[in-house]
Write a protein that binds this ligand. Sequence first.
Ligand code: ARG
Length: 275
Amino acid sequence: RRFLKTAGFAAAALVLVACGKKEEAAPAAAAASAPPPPPPAKVYVIGTDAAYAPFESQNEKGEIVGFSMDILTAVAAKGGFEIKFVNTPWEGIFNSLQQGDRDALISSITITDERKQTMDFSAPYFDAEQLIAVKETSKVAKFGDLKKLKVGVQTGTTGDEVVTKLLGKTSTNVKRFESTPLALKELQSGGVDAVVADNGVVIHYVANNPADKFKTVADKTSFAPEQYGIAVKKGNTELLEKINKGLADIKADGSYDKIFATYFGAAPAAAAAAA
Ligand code: ARG
């Protein structure tokens, strides 16, 4: 019994000594090898074809600005993650996601079944449809009137898809351009008779270039409703969930409506009713 007590005391004493030693040793060790720096916050690289005002464009300072930027910036702020926009030509934009050069894309990308095969989309963040731009003097009144005309589109867009379908796959009258502004410049110079592109961009361009004397022609029966989504690489549920959560949050707290009104002058519901 006595032996046990002594042994117990000795063991306790050893523990105390060990603890004391540890306490002394710890600061010394920390000083010797500097504390590890906090890991740098991941900055998600977001690709966008910044030639699509008012959704995504470059200002005089070269900064990427627009409705899409404001939306994703608000989403990221809500979700507590960091993003950086990188101008990425439309031509290679989906490939840049596939290759991992971009973590996500926000570029007025219409969610389509075909695209869903190769990438994942967020919940929709904007409703759109195709719209025709022609010269003020044009007799074009509906989409079908373009059948025998030269029509400018941005390569690989939904505008390209619908026009190719109307004019035929082999038609040389479909004039494809790297960007939508380039197609619209060609309309001005007379190289094409019409341009088909997303309504928001066409309306913005026509309003801001009055000297071009363009008008818009809507055709609700010919064009299907489209919705823009933010694309991530297939299977990147981690980022997709953050984006979807943020989108739901900014829709719920009114910041989505505020951003929408800054660009389009009214809340989404009112704008839709007016259209
Ligand atoms: N919404 C159309 C599409 O997805 C056109 C998007 C073009 N976007 C751009 N930034 N150029 O095909």
